[in-house]
Design a protein. Sequence first.
Length: 191
Amino acid sequence: MDAQQTHYLTATEYLEIERHAESRSEYLDGEMFSMAGNSRNHNLICTNLSRELSLQVKQRPCEVYASDQRIHIPSVGLYTYPDIVVVCGEPEFDDDQLDTLLNPTLIIEVLSPSTEAYDRGKKFEHYRTIPSFVEYLVVSQTAPLIERYLRQDDGGGWLFTAVAGLESRIELPTIRCELALGEVYEKVKFG
């Protein structure tokens, strides 16, 4: 029986393929992983988050990027596409293509059944190796619930906060913003 041989890609090969691809893929350890499509709720929540954050940082040196902004985590070699990324200060990119961000400040993932364990576990572990990354939101699409992880100044850990309910609000101290869950979940239907 012949064993199938796996061809592992270099990061350069991945970027060459990805920059010409019609669909997005993540990259880790020499392999590309196709990203699945998103649900109506997922797309509405991402759009609402992007709108709310963009309006609040409009006059500040921060930029909000939606799901097509690739980030690179050099310490682990991961190239990935968070749902929302905010960078404050001058954005730093992997190369002169300006399509692979290196210094996110805030990352937001809207949880999907197929990615929730990864977003909460290994992916968050990878994100934590980025020196500029100090705030992480995981957002439910099945109930009005946002969980925040905030890097502590002493480097000793992450402070966890959760808010639930459409009347609730959550502060994002790193970027000096506040999200009203009623706005984040506008037009989203649960159940």
